[in-house]
Ligand binder design. Structure first.
Ligand code: PLP
Length: 431
């Protein structure tokens, strides 16, 4: 090897050693950095209250039943429908399944915001209440709960929201998850559980549920107009939950916020076939976002369309066909029979409370009856009393918020025979 080649060889070995050392140092550095980096998760989840309401009820009932096997327990706390889907819906489900089995009629992805045939049915349904909707204002969903949560994608987390207490817990938890500030407005005996706007409170997002869960209270047109005017003057938006609108009879109460003048400029409406047509397990609802709903020069209808087309791939065709059957003449007649059944149960409960002179809201245009615990008992004490003395299970009002204390929710979803028997026991015990 000549001198030049030797120098070249030594330099080459030296360079390789250096590179190897650098590689070791670099990989050690990466390991070090990885161990120093913290995964940032959404710590707002720490602010959620664990809901023990229904698990505590279930445990109390099973403990009592195992000690008292001869006591027949009647559940008037059920928040789910119990009657099956109506024949028109079942027939359309079968037809749609058959369509999916055939090459010529098979359907793949549909429009994310829903098929026109269902949107047209909903558009016609709203005409019954003298409301004109454009098809692009109707968005088909898998139920009101998802959309009530998802709609918050459109709003900054710096917004303040106004939520009534007591309340359907989804409004609270979805905002807590986003870290949004919540102001509670009292729904109580003084305002018949129908709070009205307070001009001294400034907020951006207002939740209204009418007919209400858990109180069964329903806003009239004058009251809702106050909310619409307040929202407009505060540049706020109303998120109106009309999941129980089909329980309203007659013309006294509005079925939709859009019956109120000005609402299309300040409200989004969420509705569902869950309680209307027994779709709690079938899953279909709809959300109305008016196409002239603008804040900060941004159009919420366009934003919601963008959000849905990005994060949602639509409700199954089969389910949308079944949902359209609800809006046919036959479907409407059949679901009305089921609604009447629940409403008869609600009347059995409210008639008993009337006879006993126990104060309550709901029960007339709602499946829920919200009663004041006799002798101003605490909600859980009243729960224990009903369970242990007369074998009736309901839901303690305090589980829905601080203003629910001393109140109690009964529901009309059990059978007519059980509801009658339960209210006979109730009357005989409290008379
Ligand atoms: C007030 C209210 N809104 C929405 C929902 C959820 O409806 P869905 O089954 O369409 O998700 C419920 C269900 O109990 C409810 O009580």
């Amino acid at each position: 090897m000549n001198k030049g080649a030797t120098i070249y060889y030594i330099l080459n070995v030296y360079a390789r050693i250096k590179i190897t050392k650098l590689k070791w140092a670099y990989s050690a550095q990466i390991k070090l950095n990885l161990s120093e980096v913290n995964m940032n998760i959404n710590e707002n989840y720490k602010n959620l209250n664990e809901s023990y309401l229904f698990s505590t009820i279930a445990k109390k009932v099973s403990d009592f039943s195992s000690k008292n096997p001869n006591m027949e327990i009647i559940k008037l706390g059920i928040g789910d429908v119990t009657l099956p889907l109506c024949p028109a819906v079942i027939e359309e489900l079968h037809n749609a399944v058959n369509e999916m089995s055939c090459k010529e009629t098979f359907k793949g992805y549909g429009p994310e915001q829903g098929h026109d045939f269902l949107k047209i049915s909903i558009q016609n349904y709203y005409k019954n209440f003298c409301i004109t909707l454009k098809l692009n204002e109707i968005f088909i969903s898998d139920g009101a709960k998802s959309d009530l949560g998802n709609i918050l994608d459109l709003f900054s987390k710096d917004n303040i929201c106004l939520i009534p207490d007591p309340v359907y817990p989804v409004y609270v938890d979805t905002n807590l998850m986003a870290g949004r500030k919540i102001i509670y407005i009292d729904a109580n005996e003084e305002n018949n559980f129908l709070p009205l706007p307070d001009e001294s409170i400034k907020c951006d997002i207002i939740y209204i549920c009418s007919p209400n869960n858990p109180t069964g209270a329903v806003y009239n047109r004058e009251q809702l107009k106050k909310w619409v005017d307040y929202a407009i003057s505060n540049n706020a938006i109303i998120l109106f939950d009309s999941a129980y609108e089909s329980f309203i009879s007659g013309d006294e109460f509005p079925r939709s916020i859009y019956e109120i003048e000005g609402a299309k400029a300040c409200a989004i409406e969420f509705c569902s076939l869950s309680k209307t047509a027994g779709f709690t397990g079938t899953r279909c609802g709809y959300t109305i976002v008016p196409d002239n709903l603008n804040y900060n020069n941004m159009n919420l209808n366009k934003m919601w369309l963008r959000r849905q087309t990005t994060k949602f791939n639509g409700v199954p065709y089969i389910i949308q066909k079944a949902a359209a059957a609800v809006f046919t003449n036959e479907g409407q007649k059949q679901i009305q029979e089921n609604l009447n059944y629940y409403k008869r149960n609600a009347k059995i409960i409210s008639d008993t409370l009337d006879k006993l002179d126990i104060k309550y809201t709901g029960g007339k245009n709602s499946p829920y009856i919200w009663l004041k615990c006799p002798s101003n008992m605490n909600s859980w004490d009243f729960f224990d009393l009903l369970l242990t003395k007369i074998g009736i299970v309901g839901t303690p009002g305090s589980g829905f918020g601080k203003n629910g204390e001393n109140w109690f929710r009964l529901t009309s979803f059990n059978t007519i025979e059980n509801t009658t028997k339960a209210m006979e026991r109730f009357y005989n015990f409290f008379k």
